[in-house]
Design a binder for this molecule. Structure first.
Ligand code: ZN
Length: 238
C-alpha cells in the first residue's frame, strides 16, 4: 500500500518498495532481449582496439605445435573451427595493455581485469577464452587469449586489398580510410572480435568500464552501412 506524504500530498513509497522497484527494473533490463543480444535496428557499434605496435611472439615450440594443430598455414590465423587457444609467449608478460595480440598467428590477448569489466556473463557467452603462458611455463593469471564466437571485418574505404585463403577460405582483408561495418553484425551476440584484434560492441556494454584508465586503448565509433565503400561484396568471417 502507498502512503500519502503529509507535506506534499503526493503518494510516498517506502524504501523497501523503491528498492524492489529498482531491482525489478534492473532485472527487466538485464533480461531484456535487446541487452542480451544486439537489436536488428542498431546503427552504431564501438571498436576497442590497441593503438600500440608491440605485440607478443609465440615461443618456437608453441608455434610448431600451433602449426600442427589449430593454426592455418595459408593465412597465419586460427582455423575457422578453432575455439579457445592457449599460447606460450617469449616475453615474460604482454607489454601492451589492455588489448594486444600474438604476431603471426592471429590470436588476440586481453588484460583480464579490463575484459571482465565489460560484463563477465556476456563475455563468457560471446568469447572463447584461453590461457597466456610465460616462457617458463607459468600461466599468467592477469591475461587471457580470446576469440569471438562471432567475428567481424572492420571495413575501410581506400588502399583496399582482399583475398581468400587457399587452405581455409578465410577472408584476408586490409583497408585504410574511414572504418565502418558491412554487413550488419549477427544479432545473436553483444561482443564481437574484429579482424584487427579489437572488440566490437555496443555503447551500453562499454559504459561499464573506465576507458581512460587504460593506456594504448583506441575507441572508434563504427556505423553500419547499407552499402560498402570498398567495392567488395559481403565478407563474413566464419
Ligand atoms: Zn587460412
Amino acid at each position: 500500500m502507498f502512503r500519502t506524504d503529509p507535506l506534499t500530498g503526493r503518494v510516498a513509497r517506502g524504501r523497501y518498495q523503491i528498492w524492489n522497484i529498482h531491482n525489478a527494473r534492473c532485472l527487466v533490463q538485464f533480461h531484456e532481449p535487446k541487452f542480451h543480444f544486439v537489436s536488428m535496428k542498431r546503427q552504431y557499434f564501438y571498436h576497442l582496439h590497441s593503438t600500440g605496435t608491440s605485440p607478443c611472439t609465440m615461443t618456437k615450440d608453441a608455434y610448431q605445435h600451433a602449426r600442427a594443430t589449430w593454426l592455418c598455414t595459408g593465412c597465419a590465423a586460427p582455423k575457422p573451427e578453432t575455439k579457445s587457444v592457449d599460447v606460450k609467449i617469449q616475453e615474460p608478460y604482454p607489454i601492451e595493455s589492455p588489448l594486444t595480440f600474438v604476431s603471426g598467428c592471429g590470436i588476440a590477448i586481453a588484460n583480464w581485469e579490463f575484459l571482465k569489466g565489460l560484463n563477465e556473463d556476456i563475455l563468457r557467452r560471446d568469447l572463447f577464452l584461453g590461457k597466456v603462458i610465460d616462457p617458463t611455463g607459468i600461466v599468467l593469471r592477469d591475461w587471457v587469449t580470446w576469440r569471438g564466437r562471432r567475428r567481424l571485418i572492420v571495413r575501410g574505404t581506400k588502399n583496399v586489398s582482399h583475398r581468400q585463403c587457399d587452405i581455409c577460405g578465410r577472408h584476408v582483408y586490409f583497408a585504410m580510410g574511414r572504418r565502418y561495418l558491412f554487413p550488419r553484425p549477427p544479432t545473436d551476440a553483444l561482443i564481437y572480435e574484429s579482424d584487427l584484434f579489437g572488440l566490437v560492441t555496443t555503447r551500453e556494454v562499454i559504459a561499464s568500464i573506465t576507458l581512460n584508465r587504460w593506456p594504448k586503448l583506441g575507441l572508434e565509433k563504427l556505423q553500419v552501412l547499407e552499402k560498402p565503400k570498398d567495392s567488395l561484396p559481403e565478407l563474413v568471417l566464419k
